[in-house]
Design a protein around this ligand. Structure first.
Ligand code: FE2
Length: 410
């Protein structure tokens, strides 16, 4: 777990859970109602909601276990289900994870260098991107989940190239599940890695502008798909399929996208895929001007855009691919326990594997416990091993990448 600098963090009342210490509690009108409250029971949260409380500020972190938070008397003790939760430890996911990390690093390097060359107006050579895409495809063919979990690790710096790699991984892994050929995987991956290369012709002051664009700035920004194609015009052969990813990733179902404003039937399937992968990664990443959205909130937003911005079929496939609670989601169970989703298996998107980091009273565990929700739901208290809500990990000083980057048991 990460120890952050002590500071207050705003949380919605829906994210408040037992064990939290709230520094200040406000109603909808912004009036301070309470200060320094320790939440010791769910009833307290309900009472706050009834009083119209919408948000609160968390107290700076302290060692919660030393605060002697009294247990909720009405809840039966649950057995710690460690013994039945450990499954398939020998499968090739963790084996692939180490190789995937190398592929991920090399791909980041290739994307950084290629985008940099474009930024400085140099001749772009995409050989390193092609090689990186080949390695990416090989990793996905060996085990699709490993590289995808690395794409959920977000950083603050050098957004464009990290985003390019994440989009490349998301596109390639999704089309793999859709039965595309290996060559198409490769070309889709190359397109994903280069989809925003045209942004290298957008002045940095516009690219990194925190506020809203003026209409003039937006029209410059909107040229980036075409700029991308122009930059690559003289590059060694880039396939038409890769070009579709670049030119269509901002086209929208209703025709209100750019650069061409084409709609529905005229947008290639890979264009729709690129659009969803692009917006998903963008929204789940912290930016200077807004914090990252949780994967769940982002997927809900994308769902709302079905038949308006996005193709419903692709959104459904994408959600099935990532899971409702994708790897890296920080979630609370009905038991009150909280942890990080570490693995989503196909066919059980509501019951991922997770590492539990906080007990039901909100106390951090000394050692994370691995839960397989699918297995736990078959047990006596199974009805309580459901995910209740997806939370913002920052509110709990959690850096999710600490838990999904490596095999916690190795
Ligand atoms: Fe873009």
């Amino acid at each position: 777990m990460q120890e952050g600098k002590p500071r207050s963090l705003k949380v919605s009342i829906d994210e408040v859970s037992v064990g939290m210490v709230l520094q200040d509690v406000f109603n909808a009108q912004g009036k301070l109602l309470l200060s320094s409250v320790t939440i010791t029971a769910h009833d307290q949260i309900e009472a706050l909601k009834r009083q119209g409380v919408e948000y609160a500020f968390l107290a700076p972190p302290v060692n919660r276990s030393s605060q002697n938070v009294p247990p909720e008397p009405e809840q039966p003790e649950l057995p710690v289900p460690e013994a039945i939760t450990i499954t398939k430890r020998e499968d090739n996911y963790y084996k692939e994870l180490d190789r995937a990390k190398e592929v991920h690093q090399a791909t980041l390097e290739a994307a950084r260098n290629t985008l940099k060359a474009a930024r400085f107006g140099k001749q772009v050579d995409i050989t390193s991107i092609e090689l990186a895409a080949e390695e990416m495809v090989s990793s996905i063919l060996r085990n699709p989940d490993a590289l995808v979990s690395l794409a959920q690790i977000k950083g603050y710096d050098e957004y464009t190239y990290v985003h390019s790699v994440n989009v490349g991984i998301l596109i390639t892994s999704l089309v793999h599940t859709m039965g595309y050929t290996e060559e198409q995987l490769l070309e889709a991956g190359i397109g994903g890695l280069l989809h925003d290369i045209g942004k290298m012709r957008v002045p940095e002051r516009i690219l990194n502008k925190p506020g809203k664009y003026t209409s003039e700035e937006f029209s410059i920004m909107k040229r980036h798909p075409e700029n991308g194609i122009n930059i690559l015009k003289n590059a060694n052969a880039i396939s038409d399929f890769s070009k579709v990813v670049i030119i269509e990733h901002h086209e929208r179902f209703n025709g209100k996208g750019y650069p061409r404003g084409i709609s529905e039937k005229d947008i290639h399937e890979i264009g729709f895929i690129a659009a969803v992968a692009d917006v998903y990664d963008a929204m789940t990443t912290d930016r200077i001007y807004r914090p990252a959205w949780t994967p769940q909130r982002t997927l809900a937003m994308i769902f709302q855009g079905c038949d308006i911005d996005y193709s419903r079929r692709i959104v459904e496939l994408f959600t099935r691919h990532l899971g409702i609670y994708p790897v890296g989601s920080f979630v609370r169970l009905k038991t009150g326990e909280m942890g990080v989703v570490t693995r989503v298996e196909k066919g059980s998107i509501l019951t991922p594997q997770m590492l539990v980091l906080f007990d039901r009273y909100g106390n951090p565990l000394k050692k994370p416990v691995e839960y397989n929700l699918a297995e736990l739901q078959k047990t006596k208290h199974g009805d309580r091993y459901h995910i209740e809500i997806s939370l913002n990990p920052e509110h709990y000083r959690i850096k999710v990448s600490d838990y999904i980057q490596s095999n916690p048991f190795s």
